[in-house]
Design a protein around this ligand. Structure first.
Ligand code: SF4
Length: 87
């Protein structure tokens, strides 16, 4: 079953927790200190990344759920195959 990561990047506070918990999927930007989803599709507005999305498979869900659970500002969302928000 496919899932989707949906990162509300503008509201990321750059704490680094997601990249520490799931470094295969998350990394910290050297440009502005916020996190990025590796290999994600990026939506930009006025030169700023406003959303990052990435489809993931079952095996990749647990690590990203951990990342979402540890985000202190709840800007990491996971959607199910129907596009419904799990977190
Ligand atoms: S855990 Fe949340 S606030 Fe911290 S870097 Fe990751 S997305 Fe940003």
């Amino acid at each position: 079953m496919p899932y989707k990561i949906d990162h509300d990047r503008p509201n990321c506070i750059g704490c680094g927790a997601c990249a520490a918990v799931a470094p295969d999927f998350w990394e910290m930007s050297a440009v502005d200190g916020k996190s990025d989803v590796k290999g994600s599709e990026r939506e930009e507005e006025a030169g700023e990344i406003v959303r990052e999305t990435l489809e993931i498979i079952d095996d990749q869900y647990t690590k990203n759920k951990e990342a979402a659970d540890c985000c202190p500002v709840n800007v990491i969302h996971l959607l199910n195959e129907k596009g419904e928000k799990i977190i």
